[in-house]
Ligand binder design. Structure first.
Ligand SMILES: Cc1ncc(COP(=O)(O)O)c(C=O)c1O
Length: 387
């Protein structure tokens, strides 16, 4: 039989994270600092209200764009938090996770061969999604020396006639970096100068431990040029509900909705109801989760540095990205041996782009007790493999 698989799909390498999860699945008693998912259950008030709505028979499709009540609530929140005005009728689209929002955004704007600038290390899905949407990812490396912040001058260097968009993702997965407003403002000027769009994945926006998160669309001239993606998976511990939203100008939301209506129809109604509850009543519980993450963050950074795995001061998301340069191992070897010898799962930095090679990603979306135990094991492991 001939090979029926699409060429682009064949060319995309499998996710570097998956391989580790496949090994973990065969082992007992692993402490996982590997997952990118909150260890908290979805807050009870959200689950309870959803049970109520299931009982009431909320089991149908909704409009393609999503429940108007949810779009209005999102629109109100964006105004309250960022003074951003999005019309709930035609500038907000409810998506099945930021994952779907990202795919829709890319497919809505890209013609074959269009380039999308993406900074690395970054979330594993970006490059594959750009390729599958017919685009060409153009990587800009971010560096430890710059606290993994994207620099406008590095962006400008790779702009060509084919550049259509920049995909920006802060707070960042895997580095935990946040980006300051100054840098974002410089990037915004370049976006204007070269007539580009920005896809801004702000899924970790609430998980900012110092200062305020800057929403890219708030920068001068950027609202209409930004496709803002945000969702409920991380801040509200709602990964399994698959619920998120996109906000942008009318033309872009219309184009994204067109794809969404033929491929997805709508996001699950019960998850949309849950999202309304999260936005209306979820703030204090979310804050308490953030405080807990922050406590863990301080502990893990301090301890890794003491061990000798130099760890930059990550101020966002729930990841730290220590360097393994003081060991004799590559990032892949480090992650694999640590898993097999000490039963601690971390992710090799190169899973997030070549420039992540000398690092590993540790998630602190794991209980404090488990983190403490994992750190003891990492210390033992480090003593065996240090330079
Ligand atoms: C940066 C980033 N964007 C998007 C996602 C996917 O989010 P969702 O669950 O809303 O699809 C993740 C998940 O890990 C992520 O880290």
């Amino acid at each position: 039989m001939k090979n029926f698989i699409n060429k682009k799909v064949l060319e995309i390498p499998p996710s570097g994270i998956r391989r580790f999860f496949d090994i973990i699945a065969t082992m007992d008693e692993v402490i996982s600092l590997g997952v990118g998912e909150p260890d908290f259950d979805t807050p009870w008030h959200i689950r309870e209200s959803s049970i109520y709505y299931i009982e009431q028979g909320y089991t149908t499709y909704t409009s393609n764009s999503g429940l108007i009540e949810l779009r209005e609530t999102i629109s109100k929140k964006l105004f309250q938090e960022h003074y951003l005005e999005y019309n709930s009728q035609d500038q907000v689209l409810i998506t099945v996770g930021v994952s779907e929002g990202l795919d829709l955004a890319l497919r809505a704007i890209l013609n074959p061969g269009d380039e999308v600038i993406v900074h690395e290390p970054s979330y594993v899905s970006y490059k594959p999604c750009i390729i599958m949407a017919g685009g060409v990812p153009v990587v800009v490396e971010t560096k430890l020396d710059d606290d993994f912040q994207l620099r406008a001058e590095d962006v400008e260097k790779v702009i060509t006639k084919k550049t259509k968009a920049i995909l920006i993702s802060y707070p960042n997965n895997p580095t935990g970096a946040i980006i300051n407003k100054d840098n974002l403002t410089k990037i915004a000027k370049i976006v204007e100068k070269y007539d580009l769009l920005v896809i801004s994945d702000e899924i970790y926006g609430y998980l900012t431990y110092k200062g305020e998160h800057t929403c890219f669309a708030t920068l001068p001239g950027m609202k209409d040029r930004t496709i803002l993606l945000n969702g409920f998976s991380k801040a509200y511990a709602m990964t399994g509900w698959r619920i998120a939203y996109a906000a942008s100008n009318r033309d872009i939301i219309k184009a994204m909705t067109k794809i969404h209506q033929y491929t997805m129809l709508c996001a699950p109604i019960i998850s949309q109801k849950a999202a309304i509850e999260a936005l209306n009543n979820g703030y204090s519980y979310m804050k308490s989760m953030i405080e807990e993450y922050n406590q863990r963050r301080r502990l893990i950074i301090e301890s890794l540095n003491k061990i000798g795995l130099n760890c930059f001061k990550a101020l966002g998301a729930f990841y730290v990205f220590p360097s393994i340069e003081n060991t004799i191992l590559s990032d892949e070897e480090f992650a694999e041996k640590l898993l097999l010898e000490e039963k601690v799962a971390v992710v090799p930095g190169s899973a997030f782009g070549d420039c992540g090679r000398n690092f590993i990603r540790c998630s602190y979306a794991t209980s404090l007790n488990e983190i403490e135990e994992a750190l003891k094991r990492i210390q033992r492991f480090f003593e065996r493999y240090k330079k």
